[in-house]
Design a binder for this molecule. Structure first.
Ligand SMILES: Nc1ncnc2c1ncn2[C@@H]1O[C@H](COP(=O)(O)OP(=O)(O)OP(=O)(O)O)[C@@H](O)[C@H]1O
Ligand code: SF4
Ligand SMILES: [Mg+2]
Length: 370
């Protein structure tokens, strides 16, 4: 019998590459992590870093014919890589479910929301029509849809964006999944509604003791909501840690750059925000060595030649892939050398150094942001 600390999900060296006539897009390139039951993992990275492909690969939702997947995903003791689409489908809804970014693309616009919920339950759980209706109304109530009996008969377009996303959450929860993927579940919503939806997800995750993977480009979103964070860059995990460790002892310059780009309400007024200089790499022809080197204020010659491996930090469960980590003597020297040499990305970051020195203020403030 598995105890509470047995990981429910063990992902090992997972790769999804897309074959194109011009070359191979290494969208997910050797990602490994473990997640215990009832915990939330925040997966954070810029657009194109591979967050969605990772989630879809784990769930077996990569239906693109040019996708090539290797590695291992063990869910509840069972290997998922290599299962047929039909075998994977058996797990959807009851074992794993996903809340997508845009509610309008995941809800059927011409089917009433009640039916979308009940069909799901009847197909996966074999629930009777009447039971399914009662459960669906209860579910709508639990995701705080007002007047759920009436809303049951609404079409998606008759609801606000926030309400539609609540319906998507209800659909995802309908068959009692044990693992919930929430892929940028709030980007299409305004800030106040974002906050409500994220809190609703966290509440449902706690009450149902679900394991959750919360995907976002915004480190602020996961600050108060994830137990662990995995930062992705160009298809790889570049830093992994518990949330508190990541916010207090980040080692990867990319994590630091994401951190500076959080709008922090608690920061002193003079603190400027930075967009990360440059663009993510071409995944077909990435730069040699560290893929973050062209944008990194700490980069040295070694970085352009030798790709850093993930290495363990002193804190338990903390690992990072960097030759000149933030907070180390080597990192400090590398940064200062670049600053003295007028390396552009260092100059862009220089005005922000103050913002990273008071991590406690920022971590606390990040929770208010969303
Ligand atoms: N079917 C496909 N064929 C080729 N490339 C693909 C395919 N699907 C995804 N990609 C590429 O894989 C990379 C990772 O994409 P992914 O959607 O996972 O990024 P993401 O981190 O979720 O970004 P975003 O924050 O914009 O959602 C991107 O470069 C994308 O263009
Ligand atoms: S210091 Fe070097 S290895 Fe570390 S992130 Fe920057 S470029 Fe990569
Ligand atoms: Mg995505």
């Amino acid at each position: 019998m598995a105890d509470a600390h047995t990981p429910v999900l063990v992902v090992d060296d997972l790769r999804t590459h897309f074959e194109l006539p011009i070359g191979m897009v290494k969208a997910v390139d050797g990602v490994s992590f473990e997640l215990e039951r009832g915990k939330t993992l925040g997966v954070v990275g810029e657009s194109g870093s591979g967050k969605t492909v990772l989630s879809r690969t784990i769930m077996g939702l990569n239906i693109a014919s040019n996708a090539r997947t290797s590695g291992s995903v063990v869910y509840d003791g069972r290997e998922l890589v290599g299962l047929t689409p039909g075998e994977m489908r058996q797990l959807w809804g009851t074992e794993m479910a996903m809340v997508f970014q845009d509610p309008m693309t995941s809800l059927n616009p011409v089917v009433k929301v009640g039916r979308q919920l009940t069909e799901h339950m009847r197909a996966h759980l074999g629930t009777s029509k009447q039971e399914a209706k009662a459960s669906a109304i209860e579910l709508l109530r639990s995701v705080r849809i007002p007047e759920p009996e009436e809303r049951f008969n609404n079409f998606p377009h008759e609801m606000s964006g926030g309400m539609r996303q609540r319906v998507c959450i209800a659909v995802a929860l309908a068959c009692g999944p044990k693992v919930l993927f929430a892929d940028e579940p709030t980007t299409a919503l305004d800030v106040t509604v974002q906050h409500q939806i994220l809190n609703l997800l966290a509440q449902q995750q706690r009450e149902r003791y679900m394991t959750m993977i919360l995907v976002t480009h915004d480190l602020g979103v996961v600050a108060g909501r994830a137990d662990e964070i995995m930062v992705m860059y160009a298809g790889k995990a570049v830093e992994k840690a518990s949330t508190s460790t990541l916010f207090s002892a980040m080692r990867h310059p990319y994590t630091e750059a994401l951190f500076r780009s959080i709008p922090k309400t608690g920061n002193p007024k003079h603190t400027r925000l930075t967009a990360i200089a440059g663009r993510p790499p071409d995944l077909i022809h990435p730069p040699p060595g560290c893929k973050f080197a062209p944008r990194c204020p700490y980069a040295q010659e070694r970085c352009r030649e030798e790709e850093p491996e993930l290495q363990a930090a002193p804190e338990p469960g903390h690992s990072f892939a960097c030759h000149y980590p933030v907070g180390s003597e080597a990192g400090k020297a590398a940064y200062e050398a670049n600053l003295a040499a007028g390396v552009p990305q260092t100059l862009a970051a220089a005005g922000q150094v103050q913002a990273t020195e008071d991590l406690s203020v920022v971590a606390a403030a990040a929770e208010e942001v969303v």
